[in-house]
Design a protein around this ligand. Sequence first.
Ligand SMILES: Cc1cc2nc3c(=O)[nH]c(=O)nc-3n(C[C@H](O)[C@H](O)[C@H](O)COP(=O)(O)OP(=O)(O)OC[C@H]3O[C@@H](n4cnc5c(N)ncnc54)[C@H](O)[C@@H]3O)c2cc1C
Length: 485
Amino acid sequence: MNKKIAVIGSGFSSLAAASYLAKDGAEVHVFEKNDSIGGRARQFKAEGFTFDMGPSWYWMPDVFERFFNDFGKSASDYYQLDKLDPAYSVYFGKDDYITIGDSLEKIYKVFDEKEKDGAQKLKKFIDEARDNYDIAIKDLVYKPGLSPLELVTPKTIKKLGQFFGNISNDVDKEFENEQLRQILKFPVLFLGAKPSATPSFYNFMNFADFGLGTWHPKGGFFQVISAMESLAKSLGVTLQTNANIEEILVENAKAVGISVNGEQHKFDVVLSGADYHHTETLLPQTYRQYSEEYWKKKVFAPSSLLFYLGINGKIEGLNHHNLFFDTDFEQHAKEIYTDPKWPTAPLFYANFTSKTDSNTAPEGMENAFFLVPLAPGLEDTDELREEYYEKIMERFNEITGINIKDKVIFKRSFCVNDFVNDYNSYKGNAYGMANTLLQTAFLRPKLKSKKLKNMYFTGQLSVPGPGVPPSLISGKLVSQLIQKN
Ligand SMILES: Cc1cc2nc3c(=O)[nH]c(=O)nc-3n(C[C@H](O)[C@H](O)[C@H](O)COP(=O)(O)OP(=O)(O)OC[C@H]3O[C@@H](n4cnc5c(N)ncnc54)[C@H](O)[C@@H]3O)c2cc1C
């Protein structure tokens, strides 16, 4: 392909698309507004600690592998991948937690201990989830979302009912133990909506969780970004940081270039991996496809309050990934989706990468990352952040008996305002637009502009949806559309 292409943003979707396009012969230039690449998956280092700023759960290793295979490579050419055992722990109260191991056999055992016929019920549930994973990965997610017909295959027709049921009902019907129910509803939170708004078919995330396992790229998630940077550069892609795109240039209903840091540059194609809503604001009003009303009505994935902490000392008894589900899941979900406000009693996630990866903290210390999901668009002040810091530190102490607050020697917070300022994120969403029934596949914002020639979009607000694996797939899909044009 003999085209000069501008790619806005350097998140997973942009980097993936850039490599596919360069491989096909295009001259590709990536422009990133921030001073480092990776988008939501940026990394920062401070006082000897290394922090991934966003993703930490490496799920669906097959999707990453397939990406690198497309270039005659393997993930192992770039980074070492370790399967975590245990995968994670879920806390329900003091001395009350469930640990998920690295194999289905281990997990069946836990289910049997917690519920009569638990293993048998889980086996049935996971068989269905595996089947759906197979269909989703082979038949559905690699489709560009151009038409509803993409979803119609002999296999999906048989599953039609599963697009109208929801995960929450399915889990509650099959399992009685409240803790097991919550663990089974956890994976679909990655899709951005609450389990009662997520179609049953998406139980393939349960297979991703229990069946495929939780992995860790040695050195941190940013190793994947570095791998993609090496790959892109080896294919001739140029990457420019501190390059803020202020405008997409249009002539005769065609995207013809970009304005970056006050300078105009001509391109044959413009592809944006920045948040879709923001990208449209870079276009003249008449060429925007979706109104403010449209965006307002959409279900967005939560925003987050994050704390990156350097801990002086080792933390015993916890795992790499720890979920604190000791408060009311439904109440918190309501405060994210139905009645947006700062949560009364937040569920939270605590990550200690250094538990399994000593490279990420100085010797004898741990790096920690706490995450509280929040409704997008909430008021964000230093006082609110601090109030919630105190809340979660106290809860962490009560439940685990570990007082880490006194050992904190480095602390940085990140919240709604940072998502807006750093990523031009709509309402400060952390991971895009949710996958609900009405926001699936062809019902999502389009990869190819309907109004403007040579203008394309990719990333977590588009097809197929939020998360790192879908962002890689999104980059592939959009590059195929550009190649076809
Ligand atoms: C806290 C957090 C935890 C997460 N955890 C996980 C996880 O464990 N597992 C998982 O799979 N996923 C996780 N995700 C989701 C995952 O990180 C995202 O889905 C994915 O990284 C999105 O990639 P993207 O390419 O769509 O967008 P982004 O990464 O947002 O990239 C868009 C880029 O565009 C740039 N940009 C914006 N405007 C402009 C402009 N005008 N000019 C130039 N550049 C611009 C931005 O700076 C950004 O770098 C998490 C996300 C967050 C925030």
